[in-house]
Design a protein around this ligand. Structure first.
Ligand SMILES: Cc1cc2nc3c(=O)[nH]c(=O)nc-3n(C[C@H](O)[C@H](O)[C@H](O)COP(=O)(O)OP(=O)(O)OC[C@H]3O[C@@H](n4cnc5c(N)ncnc54)[C@H](O)[C@@H]3O)c2cc1C
Length: 380
């Protein structure tokens, strides 16, 4: 059987993961990216693979999140060997902290739930917490230790997926997609800002937060061009601080008051984050820096000695109901979406890639897509 080519719009982690999966299945893949591979959220995320919490957990995202973590652990040695890029996947220990006794029942409840789901978790006494992270502020009542947590470098991971696509015969092309080529019934490729057409029997929209904005100059008047659909996705900005702090603190990722502090393999302590619906602004802000730092300082006073090395900002793609959007788009044959992974795009990338590949290849049963995450729920 000869497989059609596939064009993927967007070179973030979702587009590259879908492209890698399809390229491994024997398809000729072209990823079209206007700015650069991993040049937005996929290159500046925290890189956490935490299946224990998030939108749709507990709920329809729980099982996919577990599957995704297994896929990451399985893929890591293979993709590293295939591409020569070590994206530093590793297990981490996270501690959710309780400021006082009133916070302990919620941690116990979360712990019981995590264990019932097969996650490795245990509650910690105050003494345990200080034994693990001695420099934390005095007076903490305890914590929840979570071991089914992994992290990776999401810039290197996305780059490895892109290189893997090329190794399997695919292409990465720098261009701004303005419209779809084809008719109202059937897509035949994409049209770029310069007017060139890239042909494909299937097109996957993996345009992250920009899935919610149709390009301004879509040449919809041409009969052979269709505007890119506008999906119910918004951009939610998040900022992260990377700080130099000599010593051994924060080898466990600690979290409280919505701020998380953890040491990365680069030796820096990363602290996140903010959540601001801010159109498509990707600039860092003094307000973001102060919000993150002041919140973390309340439980991690040692950070007063730290030096700010880098501050980053990027945009999460978030659907109106907070859940990923995957599946065919309308009655246009050959057009698919894989967007809106929200705070979990790095984790969910590999399972979203499995669903997308199964749909493109016409093998839905190989990786059944939960209906709650399907394009169909919005009537798309
Ligand atoms: C501060 C922060 C921390 C995060 N931490 C984590 C974490 O710990 N764990 C986790 O799993 N997730 C995390 N995330 C979420 C994760 O980063 C995102 O869900 C994920 O990167 C989204 O990937 P994407 O490929 O959908 O979008 P993007 O990375 O935004 O990629 C979309 C790409 O499409 C391109 N594009 C758009 N339109 C066009 C067009 N018309 N033509 C050509 N190219 C186009 C863009 O240039 C862009 O490169 C975090 C996010 C933020 C903001």
């Amino acid at each position: 059987m000869s497989l059609p080519d596939v064009v993927i719009i967007g070179g973030g982690v979702i587009g590259c993961a879908a492209g890698y999966e399809l390229a491994c299945a024997g398809m000729k893949v072209t990823v079209v990216e206007r700015d650069g591979i991993a040049s937005h959220a996929s290159g500046y995320s925290y890189g956490g693979l935490y299946p224990t919490w998030g939108a749709g957990i507990p709920g329809p995202v729980l099982e996919p999140a577990k599957q995704a973590l297994d896929l990451h652990i399985e893929l890591y040695p293979r993709l590293k060997a295939e591409t020569g890029i070590d994206f530093e996947l590793r297990q981490v220990e996270s501690i959710a902290l309780a400021a006082d006794e009133a916070g302990l029942p919620a941690l116990q409840k979360d712990c019981d739930w995590q264990i019932s789901q097969g996650f490795d978790a245990e509650t910690l006494s105050s003494r345990d917490v200080y034994g693990m992270e001695p420099s934390l502020a005095p007076g903490l009542a305890g914590g929840l230790l979570q071991r089914t947590h992994y992290e990776l470098d999401s810039y290197k991971f996305t780059s490895a997926l892109a290189r893997g696509i090329e190794k399997h015969g695919g292409n990465i092309v720098r261009a701004d997609v303005m419209a779809l080529a084809g008719s109202r019934d059937c897509v035949t490729g994409v049209k770029t800002r310069t007017g060139s057409v890239m042909s494909g029997g299937a097109v996957v929209m993996a345009t992250g937060p920009w899935a919610g904005s149709t390009p301004e100059a879509a040449p919809a008047r041409e009969s052979s061009a269709l505007p890119l659909p506008s999906l119910p996705v918004k951009a939610v900005k998040g900022e992260i601080l990377r700080m130099r702090l000599p010593g051994m603190d924060f080898h466990h990722r600690c979290g409280m008051y919505g701020r998380n502090v953890g040491r990365k393999p680069d030796g820096l302590v990363w602290i996140g984050t903010t959540e601001v619906v801010d159109n498509f602004d990707e600039q860092t802000t003094a307000e973001g820096r102060d919000f993150i730092f002041s919140g973390a300082l309340k439980y991690a006073p040692k950070l007063a000695d730290a030096e700010l090395v880098q501050q980053t900002a990027c945009l999460r793609p978030v659907a109106v109901d907070g859940l990923p959007i995957v599946g065919p788009l309308g009655s246009v044959e050959g057009l698919f979406a894989a967007v809106a992974a929200g705070k979990k795009g790095v984790l969910l990338s590999l399972v979203m890639a499995k669903w997308t590949s199964a749909l493109v290849l016409g093998k839905r049963d190989a990786w059944p897509l939960p209906p709650e995450l399907s394009t169909a729920r919005f009537g798309l």
